[in-house]
Design a protein around this ligand. Structure first.
Ligand SMILES: C[S@@+](CC[C@H](N)C(=O)[O-])C[C@H]1O[C@@H](n2cnc3c(N)ncnc32)[C@H](O)[C@@H]1O
Length: 249
């Protein structure tokens, strides 16, 4: 759930974070300071809430994707490559793609240079190249999520997997942050049903999972959080992080 609020730069070549005090994520002082935006975004993962939430998201994602050893994986909208590197750690050959050059510069350091500048809605990639194509908390920021998903499907080989990680507006976290407004107000958060419908509209979902029940950082999170997550496994539809996996026909 590493996201603050992003807006497309005039000219269409980039994405910039705005302040995100309500999210518990780093506020970015100026939309002109792109490097600071990408750095601040990346540093969120090392915050107390960032460590907690990102670990749950990583585990949920890896479990939903299944084995990826030796697979060629596209991480579209890879940001600073925090999840790309987790996929690489379990044996995938990962290519990170992002529309924001500053995000990509950080991802390039993590991924030993295997990165591409591009738009998920118009991927600069041939059909059927990847074993797995993933987008983690990216569809929230694009004008046409259905077009982005169609592109992920197009670049995946028949029998390969398409994976979408998305933030759930009907989760405790989603409800709290929508109520607070602020940085998240401009971001389109999906419900579980909306993400499932997006997948069904493109040929069907293989699985849908959800996790991250905590509404945000609270005192005792490190002790109470794991118990909350265990209970939450029965209520995965209200997890803040949901993962859709589709099999490419
Ligand atoms: C919330 S971040 C998620 C980054 C990464 N997937 C993660 O989970 O840490 C959203 C990312 O999507 C990227 N993005 C937004 N619109 C995009 C587009 N049209 N094409 C490619 N990347 C895009 C942004 O630049 C940003 O890095």
């Amino acid at each position: 759930m590493a996201a603050s609020t992003y807006g497309r730069r005039a000219g269409g070549s980039g994405i910039l974070p705005r302040a995100s005090a309500a999210s518990g994520r780093p506020s970015v002082p100026s939309s002109v300071d792109q490097a600071t935006g990408a750095d601040a975004y990346d540093q969120w993962f090392d915050s107390r809430w960032g460590r907690y939430a990102a670990a749950i998201e990583r585990d949920t994602l890896l479990q939903a994707v299944g084995p990826v050893e030796h697979d060629l994986v596209l991480d579209a909208g890879c940001g600073t490559g925090r999840f790309s590197i987790e996929l690489a750690r379990v044996g995938a050959r990962v290519v990170g793609l992002d529309i924001d050059i500053d995000m990509l510069a950080i991802a390039a350091r993590r991924l030993a240079g295997s990165v591409v500048l591009g738009d998920i809605e118009c991927l600069p990639v041939r059909d059927g190249v990847f074993d797995v194509a993933a987008a983690v908390t990216v569809l929230e920021f694009v004008p046409h999520p259905d077009r982005a998903l169609a592109e992920l499907i197009r670049v995946t080989r028949p029998g390969g997997r398409v994976v979408v990680g998305a933030l759930n507006r009907r989760s405790p976290w989603g409800v709290l942050h929508r109520r607070r407004g602020g940085a998240w107000a401009g971001v389109r958060l999906f419900s579980t049903d909306e993400i499932a419908a997006l997948g069904e509209g493109q040929g069907g979902a293989l699985s849908m999972t959800g996790a991250l029940l905590a509404p945000g950082p609270f005192p005792g999170l490190d002790h109470l959080g794991p118990a909350l997550e265990r209970i939450g496994r029965r209520f995965s539809r209200i997890g803040a992080f949901q993962v859709l996996v589709m099999r490419r026909r």
